[in-house]
Write a new protein. Structure first.
Length: 455
């Protein structure tokens, strides 16, 4: 008789949420922003909780010249080219009028010179000076006419010249006109933009508020057609055309964002530090209330939804909830590790590298109840801004050689004679640091300090 046994074994199962948590935790700042904007573009059920300027805009690309009142705007876009939430600007709100730095202007002027000459060239050159940082002409034709002492008809003629520039959308009055200009350019190449044009002209407000189901009802199109049009816009349109022009890194410094910011506070004679995570605010996400209501009610504006539409809505909501949870987990993990480092390395933060205590990722993991790999992913390529403004890698808190390198640097700075690596080793030994000469040489080279005979 055959003896059979039923063996039950626990098979490890990694959930999608765990995978997403791990993926987002290890990303550097720039990479995370790219993932967030990509997810916003792909999932209409996900949106920013607050208005954020597109991260694609480079601070080095623009110079603020003046502050002028902008026209009332009721829509905003992310850099992927699709609106994720409506911007509720007041008519009296003041916004910066940004003028383009010369290198970007030169690129546009080079195109204009190939297109027109004479008075038209002068007209276009003058109008270029009024473009904002996105490539828009926010001022009215009347205001431009008054500023340039010309007629509004001349302004309109000049604007038409700007509309022919590449990338398409330069000189648009607002986001809607920018996309319509691009729509025209695509149609001239034989691409059918019929549904996109209807969206831009007939249901623009619904589009900027992500009311996909209402759009489908108004245009009498299936939700899938609206989704296809939205994806087409994401892939082929861009709301800020000027950002596609690379001004070059030589025009200014590249500003690096800090993942964590340590702020020094005082209360009487007591000094204490607090931790800020800038991206936790700027990249705060939420589920679209329109999708949430449609899912709960199973209908929108009183019209029934097909099972396929409801399934699609639920899938987008599930994906949005998963992504938001993973982002929140990233912030929570970074905050716990950051607070631990604040408590452990307060002297280093206050007095400098000489006071950095030996610390390992394994100890942090054990003390916080994390796996060591979680700590490693959390500090990977992350930066922290110290109270004095210095930006360092989070991994520097675990660099046991940092204090030694600082000791070498201080020794050489304050020495009355040129010290060899052997002499440096002897001085450090007197302070209780026993290091081989080759280690001294390595650390000195890392400090970009030449050998004694070269100093």
């Amino acid at each position: 008789m055959m003896n059979t046994k039923l063996s039950l074994k626990m098979q490890p199962k990694i959930s999608l949420g765990v995978v997403m948590n791990s993926k987002l935790l290890r990303l550097a700042t720039v990479e995370l922003e790219q993932v967030v904007w990509s997810e916003l573009a792909d999932n209409p059920a996900l949106e920013l909780a607050r208005e954020v300027e597109s991260p694609n805009r480079k601070h080095s690309d623009y110079r603020v010249e003046a502050s002028l009142p902008a026209a009332n705007m009721t829509s905003g876009y992310d850099r992927a080219g699709v609106a994720h939430k409506a911007f509720a600007h007041d008519l009296d709100r003041m916004v910066e009028q940004v003028r383009i730095i010369p290198s970007v202007t030169d690129r546009l002027l080079a195109q204009v010179r190939l297109m027109v000459d004479g008075p038209d060239l002068d007209l276009a050159m003058n109008l270029l000076q009024f473009l904002d940082g996105h490539g828009y002409l926010r001022l009215s034709a009347e205001a431009l006419a008054a500023a340039l002492n010309i007629s509004t008809a001349s302004v309109d003629h000049g604007v038409e010249i700007l509309h022919q520039l590449d990338p398409p959308g330069i000189g648009a009055r607002d986001e809607r006109e920018c996309l319509l200009i691009q729509c025209k350019h695509l149609e001239e190449t034989g691409i059918d933009c019929g549904i996109v044009r209807r969206i831009l002209t007939e249901v623009w407000d619904d589009f900027t508020h992500q009311r996909w189901l209402r759009m489908a009802k108004t245009l009498r199109l299936p939700v899938t057609a609206i989704e296809e049009a939205r994806s087409f816009i994401v892939q082929n349109f861009y709301p800020y055309p000027l950002q596609l022009i690379d001004a070059g890194a030589e025009n200014g410094e590249t500003l690096t964002q800090a993942d964590l910011i340590i702020v020094r506070n005082s209360s009487g004679s007591r000094i204490f530090y607090t931790l800020e995570i800038p991206q936790a605010q700027t990249l705060e996400m939420r589920v679209s209330p329109h999708f949430d209501r449609a899912s709960k009610a199973g209908t929108n504006l009183g019209s029934g939804l097909a099972a396929a539409d409801l399934a699609w809505i639920k899938a987008q909501l599930d994906r949005a909830h998963l992504f938001i949870a993973a982002l929140n987990q990233r912030w929570a993990t970074l905050r716990r590790i950051g607070q631990y480092l604040l408590d452990c390395q307060a002297e280093f933060i206050e007095a400098g590298p000489r006071y950095l205590k030996p610390l390992t990722r394994a100890k942090v993991a054990a003390d916080l109840g994390f796996h060591e790999s979680t700590v490693s992913r959390a500090i990977n390529e992350k930066t922290v801004q110290l109270p004095g403004g210095q930006l360092i890698l989070l991994s520097d808190f675990f660099d046991n050689s940092l204090a030694t390198r600082e000791a070498i640097r201080q020794l050489l700075v304050h020495s009355n004679k040129t010290l060899t690596d052997h002499e440096i080793a002897r001085h450090l030994q007197a302070e209780g640091l026993n290091l081989a000469r080759r280690t001294i040489t390595k650390y000195r080279q890392q400090l970009n300090i030449p050998a004694s005979y070269q100093r």
